[in-house]
Design a protein around this ligand. Structure first.
Ligand code: GLY
Ligand code: MN
Ligand code: MN
Length: 444
């Protein structure tokens, strides 16, 4: 669990950046209907949780730096005994101040009237611009109402601003407390991948491997996945966001698994690709080694001061050279890179920021330039090769092979730390884990 003091520190920093005379609003996530009266599991909005630690829907956090009666106000559901009986505990107004250190709390049902007063005479309103059109319309409605009172001397806010440049820049740099959670998510996720390698058998279904993975997450105390798991056998791996996980595993095919657990709202994101039979075929091994070489070369780049794009560029170079060597591309490497010929087989970028959201927040460019890496950032490195099954111009032996290798990397002062190295990725190590009779030694 994250300590309340961590949230308090974040709020202090956030409010310093919002500045006196201004106001910031961040709404919670909502409950979404799955079907009829059944809801999807609730997942709090990451921005909201980052500042509040409050894990309920129907809430709004308001930050008013310098407000005498209190700078941090939480609107939430009032405590309702009947609701508590049917749906479980909720904090109520008292809990919001007592357990979540809000200076003031109000019923969410009264938000329009009370918030309207809070918006009066403020200069700038910071809010999650462009994310939720209904909240945007509600806010404009409130401001319009205030403006109508201008002859009474009330001044309506004159500027709307996105909270993102402030809040997402904060979220981009992980504190020691955040890294502790991310390390834990990474460790448990790595163990689950090892288990999947060991439990992999021809004729099992992809969803059964998914079940093994989720089972390990939950048995280890991590209730949620960070994103829907991809368990893709053979050509299914060439569909980048394959989540149907419905086919049977076949000897001779590779299995690509992209799965990560969430630990107290912090994600891990790991991909491994390995042979169902426990032994790579020659063409599979050649393509696999190429993706691995690209991944290792990209990871090698990661250190403070290096532009975000450097790792991607290196991966493109290694992959293009390798594809020429294997005969999948023909021509001059430099020219092929310039013409982006590699994109037929490597069509995504090298990775993304990682944190509370799997594709985490934070700008990748500053003033149109790729930003430089700094200590405390966490990112994924995940090159891949996907050879379409119907690509008649390619030698048959390569067709329908999809490979991705993904690790989570912390940028440190000295260079980097791979958070997910608990799961093997060299051909020799993968085959050893899959064929070991000492099952589970690695993870017990
Ligand atoms: N699991 C999503 C991704 O790798 O980006
Ligand atoms: Mn990823
Ligand atoms: Mn992934």
């Amino acid at each position: 669990m994250m300590k309340q003091s961590e949230f308090k520190k974040r709020r202090k920093q956030f409010m310093q950046r919002i500045g006196k005379g201004n106001i910031a609003l961040i709404g919670s996530a909502s409950v979404h209907t799955r079907n009829r009266d059944v809801d999807y599991p609730f997942r709090q909005d990451s921005d909201f949780y980052y500042l509040t630690g409050f894990n309920e829907p129907d809430a709004l956090a308001v930050f008013i730096p310098g407000r005498e009666q209190g700078e941090y106000i939480l609107f939430c559901r009032e405590f309702d005994e009947k609701k508590a009986l049917w749906e479980g505990a909720h904090s109520g107004l008292e809990g919001a101040t007592k357990h979540y250190a809000a200076d003031d709390s109000f019923p969410i049902d009264d938000v329009d009237d009370i918030l309207s007063g809070m918006l009066e005479n403020k200069v700038k309103v910071f809010y999650p611009m462009g994310r939720d059109i209904r909240s945007h319309r509600d806010l404009i409605g409130l401001i319009t109402r205030i403006r109508m009172q201008s002859r009474l001397g009330v001044v309506a806010p004159a500027e709307l601003a996105s909270i993102e440049p402030i809040l997402h820049e904060m979220r981009l740099f992980k504190s020691p407390a955040e890294l502790k959670l991310m390390r834990h998510a990474a460790e448990i996720s790595a163990q689950a991948h090892v288990k999947a390698m060991q439990f992999c058998r021809a004729e099992r279904f992809e969803y059964q491997i998914e079940a093994d993975i989720v089972h390990h997450f939950m048995q280890s105390g991590l209730r949620a996945v960070a994103y829907p798991s991809i368990v893709a056998c053979g050509k299914n791996a060439c569909t980048l966001h394959y989540t149907e996980n419905k086919d049977q595993l076949k000897n001779g095919d590779l299995l690509l698994i992209d799965a990560g657990a969430e630990c107290n709202h912090y994600a891990a994101d790991i991909t491994r690709t390995f042979p169902v039979s426990g032994k790579f075929t020659e063409p599979q091994a050649q393509l696999y080694q190429l993706v691995l070489d690209a991944q290792l070369a990209a990871i090698e780049q990661i250190k403070p001061g290096i532009p975000w794009n450097a790792a991607h560029e290196v991966s493109v170079e290694v992959i293009t050279k390798g594809l020429v060597k294997l005969g999948l591309l023909k021509g001059n490497v430099k020219k092929l890179i310039k013409a982006e010929k590699y994109k037929q087989f490597y069509m995504h970028r090298i990775g993304h920021w990682l944190g509370m959201d799997v594709h985490d927040v934070g700008d990748y460019k500053i003033n149109q330039e790729w930003r430089k890496l700094q200590a405390g950032m966490v990112l994924t490195i995940e090159p891949g090769l996907y050879i379409p099954e119907n690509c008649k111009t390619i030698d048959k032996q390569w067709r329908g092979i999809g490979i991705r290798i993904e690790d989570d990397i912390l940028v440190t002062k000295e260079g980097h730390e791979v958070l997910t190295n608990g799961v093997p990725k060299t051909i020799v190590d993968i085959e050893a884990v899959m064929n070991s009779t000492d099952k589970f030694i690695a993870i017990s």
